[in-house]
Design a protein around this ligand. Structure first.
Ligand SMILES: Cc1ncc(C[n+]2csc(CCOP(=O)(O)OP(=O)(O)O)c2C)c(N)n1
Length: 321
């Protein structure tokens, strides 16, 4: 059963959404100041998916994410400090600064991935789900990917085996309508990734990835189903990538009118307005949350900036093969 959506729940959700957005704003600023090692891929437009998903999970559930899942990392309890320091290549980062943006891994919060190879997280998620089933430990695995990732062979293999073995796994496709610089209709002949689930005898559902409450209910239902032994679900969360593929992408391939229409539905604006207009929450209460998050981000930035880069002699630390 889904949790009741209380005022506290909504405020907690908003705090996590706001933290996710502020994190991206600050990260983009640090990138512009040349403080970041490597590329970054903005999550703007994915916040409602990541946050509602993490809130629908149990603490011991596993997240095997893709490259736009920082909102889920933050909402699952990985600190802004340790993510930021990692992306800036500092020793205080969650992987000691050696993983960078694309390899955020944390055993404590059960975040396993992502990797730089699209779709390579799917067999990993499948393996963890298989172990969970053998151990009978009741933990569910969430495997995230984009609609581009769903075109890979690993998607077919993972869906097939997960269905066959009725594994405790939920596949989450974050369909943001672009694969790098290519709009969705130029790389797929179907409108809905969820429809692909039927080919494996799996339930496929669509949720509005700009609506955090609807997404929360959808994810919770799929996770509860997996936990109760009824097998996998493919959830397609429809969203829109509000920024470029990576920072610095001039986005010449996209229709600006379309972008403006989606921006009007931005959950950071719409959900916030709903809190005030429909849930009777005081503007001051929301501002207090925002101030707290802003302060938290300032501390995270200071922490990451002051932290050290790894030494050259640390290059092969924790390297086993
Ligand atoms: C196997 C593989 N092919 C190509 C790439 C290059 N690449 C990195 S991100 C990306 C776009 C992925 O699109 P999607 O899966 O829809 O996720 P999104 O970036 O839109 O969130 C591509 C093609 C890669 N990393 N791995």
């Amino acid at each position: 059963m889904s949790k009741n959506i209380t005022k506290e729940f909504k405020l907690d959700l908003y705090e996590k959404l706001y933290l996710s957005r502020r994190f991206e704003d600050e990260l983009q600023g640090l990138f512009a100041d040349n403080k970041v090692v490597g590329w970054i891929h903005s999550n703007k437009g994915h916040e409602a998916i990541g946050v509602s998903l993490a809130m629908a999970m149990n603490e011991n559930d596993y997240l095997v994410p893709h490259h736009r899942d920082r909102p889920a990392f933050l909402a699952k309890g990985l600190s802004a400090k340790s993510i930021l320091a990692e992306i800036m290549g500092k020793t205080t980062g969650v992987c000691g600064g050696l993983g960078g943006e694309l390899h955020i891994m944390d055993v404590e919060t059960k975040i396993y991935g992502p990797t730089g190879v699209l779709g390579s997280n799917m067999p990993i998620a499948l393996g963890i789900a298989y172990v969970n089933k053998l151990e009978g430990n009741n933990n569910v695995v969430i495997c995230n990917f984009g609609e581009g990732g769903s075109n890979r062979g690993s998607f077919h293999e993972a869906m097939n085996m997960a269905a066959l073995w009725s594994l405790p796994i939920v596949f989450v496709c974050e369909n943001n309508r672009f694969v790098e610089f290519t709009p969705v209709h130029l790389h797929m002949n179907v409108e809905d990734v969820a429809g692909r689930a039927a080919g494996y005898g799996v339930e496929g559902v669509i949720t509005d990835g700009f609506n955090p409450i609807e997404s929360y209910h959808t994810f919770k239902k799929a996770i509860d189903k997996a936990r109760s032994g009824e097998g996998p679900t493919l959830v397609e969360a429809k969203t829109y990538r509000l920024d470029g593929h990576y920072e610095g992408d001039p986005m010449k391939y996209r229709d600006n009118k379309e972008k403006i229409e989606w921006e009007k539905r931005d959950p950071l604006i719409v959900f916030r307005a709903e809190l005030v207009n429909d849930s009777g929450i005081e503007e001051l209460e929301i501002e207090a949350i925002e101030n707290r998050v802003n302060q938290h981000m300032e501390e995270a930035i200071e922490f990451a900036l002051k932290s050290e880069h790894p030494k050259a002699s640390d290059t092969f630390k924790n390297v086993y093969a």
